[in-house]
Design a protein around this ligand. Structure first.
Ligand code: AVI
Length: 335
């Protein structure tokens, strides 16, 4: 689908079937994860409509410092970032997982005030989010050239690599890199690098190591929103895969490993029980207090980011931080 507006267009690279392939992949991943000796479910399945709404609420929680800290980084350093990115003339500003682009808009306003010598390419798997974003940008930043892309990150970057020539600045904000396992994160950054040319840039948002108490509270808030977000995965399995999880017999449990810098989230079964999944036709046995691992959120040191960047064909250019040094947005140059 290509919807052409004057300054705003939207290209949809997502698969146009009835969603059955997505459901089959979900069913496969859940059946595999629940059959392991140490059960696990992939965190990417948190984000159905309800899960996405809960994540919006998480970002507003007093304990969830990440969003506020990154907003401060972009707000404080937006002029320096804009000068840096716009220094060599026209470029494409590519936003991986743009969502509502609340933080990116700080940068977009700054860039449009100085010159119109760039276009904005938000990428997101949610078509609805991209339609809403292009609408809001039309009102808030008239004159901005926007080409929204609906699709998976790498698929969209490969499309851009073949269809958009010229320098690129890629944004990967929000410490989304922290939800990958370290080896997967490296493969992901290497794939981003393959879609870029030397001299292109990646602005990578990372949550930094800090007092473990601060980190733990961010993933175990007093209002129970993070617990609801985690438990929603079981509701989703019940609804979409014909599961019979008794959700009220599971509880959210979060712990932080300060040596690994890994925030780990679990769903713990309070009773011995069996769960049936219609999609696999199997029953899965839980001992009392057995856990399902659902998410890791890695926290980084600046040295780790530098090492990771080198392994992936990038060099650290500039590190921007908030005043508490909770969060960093790091400009990496493709070498
Ligand atoms: C999307 N991601 C960076 C969030 C994080 O902090 O790992 C997801 C999240 N999980 C629990 N709270 C927020």
């Amino acid at each position: 689908m290509l919807q052409d507006l004057t300054q705003h267009s939207l290209i949809d690279l997502s698969r146009k079937d009835d969603g059955s392939r997505d459901t089959a992949a979900f069913a496969h991943d859940v059946a595999t994860g629940l059959s392991l000796a140490q059960k696990k479910l992939p965190s990417r399945y948190f984000y159905d409509a309800k899960g996405s709404r809960l994540f919006q609420q998480i970002m507003e929680l007093p304990e969830y410092y990440l969003t506020r800290a990154e907003f401060e980084v972009l707000n404080t350093h937006r002029q320096a970032m804009a000068s840096h990115f716009a220094a060599e003339g026209f470029f494409h500003l590519v936003d991986l997982g743009a969502g509502d682009a609340l933080k990116t808009k700080l940068l977009l306003r700054e860039l449009t005030q100085r010159s119109k010598d760039f276009d904005y390419i938000p990428i997101d798997i949610s078509g609805d989010a991209m339609v809403q974003l292009t609408g809001s940008l039309q009102e808030e930043i008239p004159g901005l050239q926007v080409q929204a892309v609906v699709g998976e990150y790498i698929q969209a970057l490969e499309w851009l690599h073949h269809h958009k020539t010229g320098p690129k600045v890629v944004l990967f904000l929000g410490s989304n890199i922290g939800n990958f396992e370290p080896e997967e994160g490296i493969v992901f950054l290497q794939r981003i690098r393959q879609c870029l040319d030397p001299g292109d840039k990646l602005l990578l948002g990372v949550d930094l190591r800090k007092n473990p108490d601060t980190i733990l509270k961010a993933y175990d808030d007093a209002a129970g929103i993070t617990a609801a977000f985690n438990l929603n995965l079981l509701h989703r399995i019940n609804r979409e895969l014909g599961g019979d999880f008794k959700v009220d017999q599971f509880r959210h449990f979060a712990l932080y490993d300060p040596q690994a810098g890994a925030m780990k989230s679990y769903l713990v079964s309070e009773e011995a029980q069996e769960v049936y999944l219609k999609s696999s036709g199997e029953r899965y046995k839980f001992e009392a207090w057995e856990a399902i691992h659902t998410e890791n959120s890695h926290k980084f040191t600046l040295n780790q980011v530098e090492e990771m960047a080198l392994l992936c064909g990038f060099k650290v250019d500039t590190v921007y931080q908030d005043k508490n040094e909770y969060f960093a947005d790091i400009v990496l140059d493709a070498s």
